[in-house]
Design a protein around this ligand. Structure first.
Ligand code: GLV
Ligand code: GLV
Length: 324
């Protein structure tokens, strides 16, 4: 059909979304397993009516210029959208969609998986058995830190932060939260007590980050914040690598200021294979997979497709980003 809108999809997303897009659009899909290079993006976006993009794509004014005046929608396959110049899109009247809500529970599940793995030394134990080092039951072998009864400090009590707090109740944890946009009642609803960041860092055995990346949150966990943490505490990050000053974290771990870290996100991504963090037993680094369950990635793909198709028709997006 001649009137099928042309769209660019910057990676292979699950078929649940691609099939919907292909049914209605003439879709140019970047098939490579690596992100589309910026220069190539500028070329391939030319003349499209809409695009589905990923966290690794910088979507700025130049990309919108390259697309041209026919660009009607930018649909992000993620909940976070710090890679997109949303203010610029708003100025041009281009709606931006994202995938909130559907990945909340999967991300909270992974937060717990990481917290428990680092505290109970699961990767070290696996490594030890695989290396053939397991000779006998050891009375003091791989002793770790209990999750139950510990104090969890949640930085950013949004959708994911709340889902983490709900899980923590089942583990009999005390939950503190820092979130300047949250009310006491909202926090109490998930069993969390709102405190200042200073108080949270001082009291928490586990500090878990769930804030979006903004100019206010960038680098919020710096040398000073790390120094304020309990000596035996762990840092968990499933949000954005840039929330942490990673050089300062490396130093805090090397100086044994904190007990360990579990990171699903790094700065930059991917982390270098030679990064000193990867040589530490008390550090887990995962390749940004907190939302990566089959069901959740399917739902994200459908949501991204629905935002795209609505935008192409000039309708309100089912899941627009808030321009703030
Ligand atoms: C993942 O990081 C997302 O924002 O969806
Ligand atoms: C995920 O970060 C969400 O807020 O749904």
């Amino acid at each position: 059909m001649a009137d099928r809108p042309r769209v660019l999809v910057t990676r292979m997303i699950p078929d649940a979304g691609l099939d919907r897009i292909r049914a209605h659009c003439d879709a140019d899909i970047w098939l490579n397993a690596r992100p589309i290079p910026y220069d190539t993006l500028l070329r391939r976006v030319e003349g499209v009516g809409g695009m589905v993009c990923m966290l690794a794509d910088r979507i700025d004014a130049a990309v919108m210029d390259a697309a041209g005046p026919g660009l009607k929608v930018i649909s992000q396959y993620a909940v976070g959208f710090d890679n997109i110049d949303v203010a610029e899109a708003a100025r041009r009247g281009i709606p931006v969609g994202h995938t909130p809500g559907v990945l909340t529970e999967s991300t909270a599940d992974m937060t717990f998986a990481m917290m428990m793995a680092i505290a109970r030394r699961v990767p070290e134990g696996i490594e030890y058995v695989r290396a053939g080092k397991w000779r006998t039951w050891g009375p003091t072998l791989f002793m770790g830190r209990d999750i139950h009864g510990a104090t969890l400090g949640i930085v950013g009590l949004g959708r994911v932060g709340k889902a983490v707090a709900e899980r923590a109740a089942g583990f009999k944890m005390r939950v503190l939260a820092y979130d300047p946009t949250c009310t006491e009642e909202e926090a109490a609803g998930v069993g969390a007590a709102l405190v200042s960041l200073e108080e949270l860092l001082r009291a928490a055995d586990f500090v878990s980050l769930h804030a979006p990346l903004t100019s206010e949150t960038r680098g919020m966990i710096d040398a000073e914040a790390l120094a304020a943490m309990k000596p035996g505490a762990y840092l968990i990050n499933t949000a954005r690598g840039q929330l942490i000053d990673q050089a300062a974290l490396t130093q805090a771990l090397q100086n044994k200021q904190i007990a360990g870290a579990a990171l699903d996100v790094t700065d930059p991504e991917p982390v270098s294979a030679r990064d000193p963090l990867l040589a530490m037993n008390n550090v887990i680094v995962l390749p940004h997979i907190a939302s990566a369950s089959v069901a959740t990635r399917d739902r994200m793909a459908v949501m991204a497709a629905e935002n795209l198709l609505a935008g192409l028709k000039g309708k309100a997006l089912p899941n627009p980003v808030r321009d703030d």
